[in-house]
Design a protein around this ligand. Structure first.
Ligand SMILES: [Zn+2]
Length: 239
């Protein structure tokens, strides 16, 4: 089990490293051409939390959470593409998804969250992975925390993801997945399998720096990609 996990991670990271060179050579070709499509009938939805005027949490050094969330999701999109998985991205640029009728910041935020929930619900047989960064008054906390919606439906993926994050990035992080709090709108207004990953704490000085580095964003993306690929494998072998 562990060896398999490490091989997924290694392949994912190697793929990312060679991605840029290959992309230059293969411009115009489909990235799915060299691997068969996986996960038939399943749609994976990736949500980079916040965006546009809603930057989310602000890190100790002044970085907006929204940009870090987006960088990780875009990396995941690349890595998953190498395995023939084409996730649905709720946003792929620094924008809010509100209706044009929304005026105030508050209205825009409400509209954005409604539209995200509707977009997830519109997908058949969807699984949502929502990517966020944590913040706390005290700088002492660090490490990733996985939350989940819809109980038993999402717990296995949440558990697997928390395990992979621990084993691949942070062996000292002994957090267990938690049910999502009631006040997180998107996660409480969808019916599919859904996890929200708080990748780390922007209120911790060391983790703030790590979360802003491309290398760590890639490691996080590789861990989340490995989790989804491994989850799919477990599901298909159980079916
Ligand atoms: Zn957030």
């Amino acid at each position: 089990m562990k060896r398999k996990l490490l091989s997924w991670l290694l392949v994912a990271v190697l793929a990312a490293v060679t991605w840029t060179q290959m992309a230059a050579q293969r411009a115009g070709e489909s990235s799915a051409a060299f691997l068969p499509a996986r996960c038939a009938g399943q749609s994976l939805v990736l949500d980079a939390g916040h965006g546009g005027e809603d930057g989310g949490a602000v890190s100790l050094s002044g970085a907006a959470e929204s940009g870090i969330n987006l960088a990780i999701v875009l990396r995941m999109d690349q890595l998953l593409g190498l395995y023939g998985v084409a996730p649905v991205l709720l946003r792929s640029e620094d924008i809010s998804l509100h209706d044009s009728t929304a005026q105030t910041l508050r209205e825009k935020k409400v509209s954005d969250l409604h539209n995200r929930a509707a977009a997830v619900e519109a997908q058949e047989n969807a699984t949502l992975i929502s990517v966020h960064q944590n913040i706390f008054q005290s700088p002492k906390y660090h490490g990733a925390q996985v939350f989940y919606s819809n109980g038993e439906l999402s717990l296995p993926l949440a558990q697997l993801t928390q395990n992979i994050l621990r084993e691949s990035l942070d062996p000292e992080n002994h957090r267990e997945p938690k049910p999502i709090p009631d006040n997180v709108y998107l996660m409480n207004h969808i019916t599919c399998r859904a996890i929200l990953v708080e990748c780390g704490f922007l209120s911790n000085p060391e983790e703030d720096q790590r979360l802003q580095s491309e290398a760590y964003q890639l490691q996080l993306a590789a861990a989340l990609t490995a989790s989804w690929l491994q989850f799919q494998e477990t599901e298909s072998s159980a079916a």
